[in-house]
Ligand binder design. Structure first.
Ligand code: SF4
Length: 371
């Protein structure tokens, strides 16, 4: 690193906040090995014990019907499409039962912006799930979904959250952020909520006592400056509320999407992922946790990311296509996650949504502590 970058790195090592301009310089000009070492240092200062956490959770998409038509999305269907669905209650119950059978307790529930499913429908669903599965953690409805419900109901975002929380909503996922810059959003998802509206949902959720996560999907049409601006907006809101538990990033998956076709199915490289998350680890000084995205990056890249500032492997997900008969497959996935963490010289431990360890195995001593 040259001298100006070394000065920036020295401040980051001390835990001092960097300016967006400094973060941009690091992101663009630091060599990847030095940037990774800097991020690894920040991670070990924040997490002295050599532990990498993960959570046993399940991804449930109650509906794929959506009116928002994001150009990067391969998941949604329009109402009336032969593949459009709204999952019946019994199917949803079955999915939670499978999760519980494996010892998991968190459901990540996100789906399309259905034109007719309103806040009351979700509130009733959450109440049903909570009465059937006491103690279940419902991590659900990303900011654009909450914003969509507020439009359907012609009510405020705050009142939507105020109705969902007593019904059983425990926390809100940071999905639908993509890049929090309206120039980008107008180009890739013009019908989706704006950057300010996304942040406002999170601000309201935090003020009502719900913790949330923060994400980024990069690699579409944004510039480097816009990537840093995205991180900067998250950092500012975290300084204001302290409500984010973690940050995760992944690249645009172009296959089968109109935007992918338009961009020639161009996909960013793993090196760019490492560069981005290492910069995020250094710049997001007020975020305790950085999560890998093994579902999009693959298990090998996720493993390597543990040396670029990441301290959490994320959730087991149990994707839709992992049917009930594949319970054993899921167990294999857990073993695979643990093996990947161990091979990177960390100790795997299970956690809950709040990053509390829920694992009977003892924790290792912090690095450098006397035995
Ligand atoms: S809002 Fe969500 S489900 Fe709907 S098109 Fe956009 S990304 Fe897909």
């Amino acid at each position: 690193m040259d001298r100006s970058l070394q000065a920036i790195a020295a401040r980051a090592e001390e835990g001092l906040p960097l300016s967006p301009e400094e973060a941009l310089l690091l992101y663009r000009r630091a060599d990847l090995a030095s940037l990774g070492a800097l991020a690894d240092g920040v991670r070990s200062r924040l997490h002295p014990a050599p532990v990498v956490t993960y959570i046993l959770d399940r991804n449930v998409n109650p509906t794929n019907v959506c009116v928002t038509d994001c150009s990067f999305c391969a998941f949604y269907r329009r109402s009336g499409d032969g593949e459009a669905y709204v999952l019946p209650r019994e199917v949803l119950y079955g999915k939670v039962e499978e999760l519980r059978a494996l010892g998991g307790n968190l459901v990540l529930m996100q789906g399309g912006h259905h034109p007719h499913l309103r806040t009351d429908w979700y509130a009733e669903l959450f109440r049903d799930l909570k009465s059937r599965f006491p103690g279940l953690h419902i991590h659900g409805l990303s900011p654009p979904e909450i914003h969509h419900l507020s439009r359907l109901d012609k009510s405020s975002v705050r009142s939507v959250i105020e109705r969902l929380k007593p019904a059983g909503l425990d926390s809100i996922p940071g999905g639908g952020a993509e890049i929090l810059v309206d120039r980008v959003r107008r180009e890739i998802s013009p019908k989706k909520c704006s950057s300010a509206e996304w942040l406002e949902v999170m601000r309201e959720a935090h003020s009502l006592g719900l913790r949330t996560t923060a994400t980024m999907m990069y690699g579409t049409v944004e510039t480097d400056e816009e990537r840093i601006l995205h991180l900067s907006l998250l950092r500012d809101l975290q300084a204001e509320t302290g409500g984010f538990t973690m940050f995760a990033a992944w690249n645009f998956q172009p296959h089968g999407t109109p935007l992918g076709e338009r961009l020639g199915n161009r996909k960013t490289t793993p090196a760019e992922y490492f560069r981005l998350i290492a910069t995020a680890r250094v710049f997001l000084h007020n975020f305790e946790n950085l999560q890998a995205s093994y579902v999009t990056q693959g298990i090998k890249a996720a493993q390597l990311s543990l040396r670029y500032g990441v301290n959490d492997f994320g959730g087991t997900m149990m994707e839709e296509n992992v049917v009930s008969a594949a319970g054993c497959l899921h167990l294999t996935e857990i073993q695979e996650i643990e093996r990947a963490i161990e091979a990177a010289a960390f100790v795997p431990r299970r956690r809950d949504f709040f990053y509390r360890i829920v694992d009977d195995r003892p924790l290792p001593a912090p690095a450098g502590a006397a035995a």
